[in-house]
Ligand binder design. Structure first.
Ligand SMILES: C[S@@+](CC[C@H](N)C(=O)[O-])C[C@H]1O[C@@H](n2cnc3c(N)ncnc32)[C@H](O)[C@@H]1O
Length: 294
């Protein structure tokens, strides 16, 4: 496990992008029992000293503004384009010969997945691919729409709160792919079921695919949270008021299958990222899933 010294960026957002730091994969390395115990004792301590209900009420009431504030500050400079997208999800490279394909990205932010998809597939007015993308933050959607690569001929971006469960501007049973990258962790776990259930309605039965990547239990960013940032088990508030939750494989499998999806992939991606200039070793744990609508 990482040393006890906190990184310079404390418990704020750590980049989710594995390209930012040089890294060595440690996919095949299991944690030792001792590392497991240490991590569990950190998490237990965080929970014992979790924030008060009053503090959580304040954070909760501020949640609608938190992501707008984040994008006001960082604009399109925080998250890097998700260059690994096509290695992990080759189904996002659409053959020109394929039938028309409709994709929705939820929680798209400023387009760090959408623009690589546009570029890689060389989308233009004649393309057989149409992209929808939405985010809670109107600031993020404004920034995305100002990008010169945004074109309404093959992309429609809109503001949408996944927890509102309101109808999407998309026909039910029509989507080939839904992409959800580092988004469900930003939503309170009590809402995960209804959010997934609502989205599954829009996938094509029998072949519509749900593509997911998010934080896994024991990720370094979890173990570095200060105690008073813990809200409940595996759920934390960052200093900027955004939430982050850390998932387990079984939990995700149960969430997706009880909402009408069938497992194609559910894996742990463990990496050791090394930031040489800060002499930091960061053990990152992400979960990656592909599920198909029954
Ligand atoms: C960590 S960012 C990831 C952005 C993008 N998916 C990416 O990979 O770069 C989480 C995103 O989820 C969005 N989000 C959080 N809660 C949401 C909600 N209830 N409905 C829709 N989007 C939400 C935030 O506004 C933010 O853009």
């Amino acid at each position: 496990m990482a040393e006890s010294k906190r990184p310079a960026f404390g418990s704020r957002h750590l980049s989710d992008d594995r390209d930012v730091f040089s890294h060595n994969a440690w996919d095949d390395v299991e944690w030792s029992e001792e590392q497991n115990e240490q991590a569990n004792s950190v998490i237990a301590k965080q929970y014992e000293n979790r924030m008060s209900d009053d503090k959580w009420e304040i954070i909760k009431s501020d949640l609608p503004s938190a992501w707008n504030r984040f994008y006001d500050i960082h604009e399109n400079k925080f998250f890097k384009d998700r260059q690994w997208l096509f290695t992990e999800f080759p189904e996002l490279i659409i053959p020109e010969s394929s039938q028309s394909t409709t994709i929705l990205e939820v929680g798209c932010g400023v387009g760090n997945c959408i623009f690589p998809i546009i570029r890689t597939n060389n989308l233009n007015q004649q393309s057989n691919v149409f992209l929808y993308c939405c985010d809670y933050s109107s600031t993020a959607i404004d920034i995305l729409k100002q990008n010169p690569e945004y074109n309404t001929k093959y992309c429609h971006a809109f503001v949408y709160d996944l927890t509102s469960l309101s109808p999407l501007p998309i026909q039910e049973n029509s989507l080939d792919v839904i992409i959800m990258i580092f988004v469900l962790s930003a939503i309170h776990p009590s809402k995960h079921d209804e959010v997934i259930n609502n989205l599954v309605k829009y996938l094509k039965p029998g072949r519509g695919k749900f593509i997911f990547r998010d934080y896994g239990l024991y990720d370094m960013s979890q173990l570095r949270f200060k105690n008073d940032k813990c809200i409940e088990k595996n759920l934390y508030a960052r200093s900027d008021g955004t939430l982050t939750y850390f998932f387990q494989q079984d939990e995700l499998d149960q969430l997706f299958t009880r909402n009408g999806l069938i497992k194609e992939q559910n894996i742990i991606d463990r990496r050791l990222q090394v930031n040489r200039s800060k002499q930091l070793k960061m053990y990152r744990i992400w979960l990656q899933c592909k599920y198909v609508k029954a």
